[in-house]
Ligand binder design. Structure first.
Ligand SMILES: *[C@@H]1O[C@H](CO)[C@@H](O)[C@H](O)[C@H]1NC(C)=O
Ligand SMILES: *[C@@H]1O[C@H](CO)[C@@H](O)[C@H](O)[C@H]1NC(C)=O
Length: 313
């Protein structure tokens, strides 16, 4: 017994060190939770995989990370100047919701003209709000954007959207979950009107890598293993959600009942169909205006959507 500890220690020192697969991701949203679940339950790469707070910007700014997870909005923003980035898998698609107060006279989206709408500028949430409003002929200058914070669990504090809508500081807000669910609960369902249109806007929360990482055979093997583990995870998230509500709730500081309430708004897609390219072309056209840059050629956007890892599973 006494000898075994030093022996083990020296063996560990001599073992070749295999670097961990490094993944940059938000750690606070529901959408990211398949990743820790996949690492814990299914991942069989050559070494461990580690998650750090970050996103697709980390792939653009250096080579420290091998993978990143983020909404398609952030993916496109980075791809505009870093054509080596690839979207290789879809973790989750979320049809965002916009909740409005009936007691401020709102029954249709068009009623929000001239009103105050809470959302987060620079993110997929503002893209969503803009797309919803322009679909009913209300342009971005015809309503007031009010910034605020999200909330993961009631009671929602000062400066969060659910508190702001309850206290009539805003007429509506649109963002990812569960803030909208908590906003509906704070208002009371009878005073809430909810708008959602997945074909107009859904977040496509995706996994990204770079051509350099994907072309490295050793790294590519681990990336395939990680995506395989994610694919097994999405099967559980889709078909046995009862087994994961509390794990997801714990990971992001929510109540399991709220996770369950917003689960139907989350689609654990994995792969994608031929319609995604047009969706991405449309969003790029929108972002090119707000970010004051040229649009990305469709041929480049086709390269951005890379199904080659999925094909290897
Ligand atoms: C959703 O948006 C599409 C346009 O992308 C539109 O054709 C459709 O009518 C909308 N659906 C609803 C329920 O508003
Ligand atoms: C991913 O998982 C699903 C089960 O949910 C399975 O049907 C599918 O074949 C898997 N995809 C690949 C490419 O292995």
């Amino acid at each position: 017994m006494k000898l075994s500890t030093p022996l083990l220690a020296s063996t560990a020192l001599l073992a070749p060190s295999i670097p961990a697969l490094k993944i940059a991701t938000s750690l606070q949203w529901i959408e990211h939770t398949p990743q820790p679940y996949a690492i814990k339950n299914f991942y069989k790469g050559s070494s461990t995989a580690t998650l750090s707070s970050g996103g697709v910007a980390n792939l653009a700014s250096g080579t420290q990370f091998d993978l990143a997870a983020n909404a398609e909005t952030q993916g496109l923003k980075q791809y505009a100047n870093h054509k080596n980035i690839r979207l290789i898998y879809i973790i989750c698609e979320v049809a965002y919701r916009l909740v409005a107060r009936k007691d401020s006279g709102i029954t249709t989206l068009a009623d929000l003209k001239g009103k105050k709408i809470g959302t987060m500028p620079g993110t997929s949430a503002l893209v969503f709000v803009d797309k919803m409003m322009s679909s009913v002929g209300v342009s971005s200058g015809q309503y007031t954007v009010v910034s605020g914070n999200v909330c993961m669990k009631a009671p929602c504090g000062s400066g969060t959207f659910p508190q702001m809508i309850k206290d009539k500081q805003i007429d509506a807000f649109g963002i990812w979950e569960p803030a909208v669910e908590l906003g509906i609960e704070a208002l009371g369902a009878s005073n809430a009107v909810v708008f959602q249109n997945a074909s107009l806007y859904r977040e496509v929360y995706s996994l990204y890598s770079t051509t350099e990482k994907l072309n490295d055979p050793t790294m590519r093997k681990d990336i395939v293993e990680f995506v395989r583990a994610l694919n097994q995870t999405l099967d559980v998230f889709t078909n046995k959600p009862d087994t994961v509500y509390s794990t997801v709730a714990q990971a992001v500081g929510m109540d399991a009942a709220t996770v369950k309430a917003v689960w139907p708004d989350h689609k654990w897609s994995g792969t994608w169909g031929p319609d995604l390219i047009d969706y991405i072309v449309d969003e790029d056209a929108y972002l090119s205006k707000t970010d004051k840059r040229a649009t990305i050629a469709k041929a480049d956007l086709e390269k951005f959507l890379d199904t080659s890892i999925i094909a290897e599973l």
